[in-house]
Design a protein around this ligand. Sequence first.
Ligand code: TXA
Ligand code: MG
Length: 331
Amino acid sequence: MPRIVSATAEAIKQSAALIVAGDIVVLPTETVYGLGANALDADAVAKIFKAKNRPNFNPLIIHVADKTQAQGYAEFDGIAHKIADLFWPTALTLILPLKKNSGIAANVTVGLKTIAVRVPNHKIMREVIKQSGVPIAAPSANNSGEPSATTPAHAAQSLGDNAPFILADGACDVGLESTILDLSGDVPTILRAGAVTFEALQAHLPNLQIDNVSKQSADEVKSPGQLLKHYAPSLPVRLNAVDVANGEALLAFGSVKFMSFKSGGHVKDMNKEAYKNLSEDGDLDEAAKNLFMMLRDLDCALHTGIAVMNIPDKGIGVAINERLSRAASQA
Ligand code: TXA
Ligand code: MG
């Protein structure tokens, strides 16, 4: 099994050295754990694709310390400067034109003319970036198609020996992957919902749009990874549940006062291991933080499926519902 190493100064230094040496390292961020490698080193990047079993057409996000470093790899126009200055560091990835002679390994962008860039707001991740001195390419630290890992244990469970070194810093604060905002075209477009909401971005981008992946044809796909069945546990997921079937686990949100079994009886008598509540207080930020963690915990042979209660479709709830509907899709 992989080594899970607590993020001491020594371990941070070691992680940066591993990145520079061309190895892959699981790193904490505020969104989800990432599987990082030197984005300037094609052989190192290839190890990411292999470890995750990631399709080779799905490009990676690079993580940098600040906008100045980002400008070495991506072209910024006026709008890009404005959004970066207003929001970074945070859970916001910008799709920008790839700079000529950027030195970014071709397998990071899989041949696209654009690059995904994020400045994370996580002390330890930022320290690893600074000490390594290179942009760090990092997808979520999970096997391709599985829910993202938000704890070191879940990264270890998902990647096993394919990720030999895990820099551990507990559970991720946000719990969902970053918002992806495409600023490379004529109209600013959200390609993936996240903690930085449509409303927050629209306040500065009046013509902001949301891309509906289902409306894209294969040759105009803007964010290849968004096409794949994603975030899926192995058990079937049933959304907007108002009751629970025998054998099902329950992922609740808010009060369960009116939740009962289809066959009769109240869910308060459920086995502890079959019942999790994303947020008893109905707090959407808390629910986002718990979502992948609880989905993974309920996803075991004890149950026949996972029933999920309705989540309000506002704020970060939009991103939660987007992940849940993919988890539930049988495609
Ligand atoms: O919060 C996050 O974004 C996490 C942490 C580790 O930073 N990373 C993450 O990476 O979620 P990943 O690889 O699981 O998702 C990245 C998404 C994929 O859907 C990919 O297709 C898209 O970003 N992407 C990457 N480069 C792109 C580009 N040039 N144009 C459009 N989409 C791009
Ligand atoms: Mg991912």
